[in-house]
Design a protein around this ligand. Structure first.
Ligand SMILES: [Mg+2]
Length: 120
């Protein structure tokens, strides 16, 4: 299963099936899941702690141990995101599409291309 051949619905079901098989849903509520998501995001961020751009580029390219940890933390972020979406009835595809459309209105290309803030 690769990104190019997988639907979001399959991943959402996969994480739900994993949790249901262990009867862990009883320990999850939206607040706990948002907390867990935030903690996993911090673990992802830790992969970059004290490293400059060049060091990160080197890690991505040549450090398989770092790469494995980064990939696992990124997966944890997605897994908790899928749980949070599942448990709140949130359609991720619709949410992302709507948010991108909103951002397109907020940051029109003609005004924002090549800029990261209004002062640059
Ligand atoms: Mg983790």
């Amino acid at each position: 299963m690769r990104d190019s051949e997988t639907h979001v619905a399959e991943l959402k079901k996969m994480v739900e099936d994993f949790r249901d098989a262990r009867d862990w849903k009883q320990y999850n509520d939206p607040k706990n899941l948002a907390e867990a998501l935030s903690i996993e995001a911090a673990e992802l961020l830790e992969c970059f702690l004290w490293k400059d751009k060049e060091a990160v580029a080197e890690k991505i390219k040549n450090d398989s141990v770092w790469r494995e940890r980064f990939t696992e933390e990124l997966a944890d972020v997605f897994i908790y995101s899928f749980h949070l979406a599942n448990d709140t009835g949130t359609d991720i595809t619709e949410a992302v599409k709507n948010k991108i459309a909103k951002n397109e209105q907020k940051y029109p290309i003609g005004e924002w291309k090549g800029k990261v803030n209004k002062n640059v």
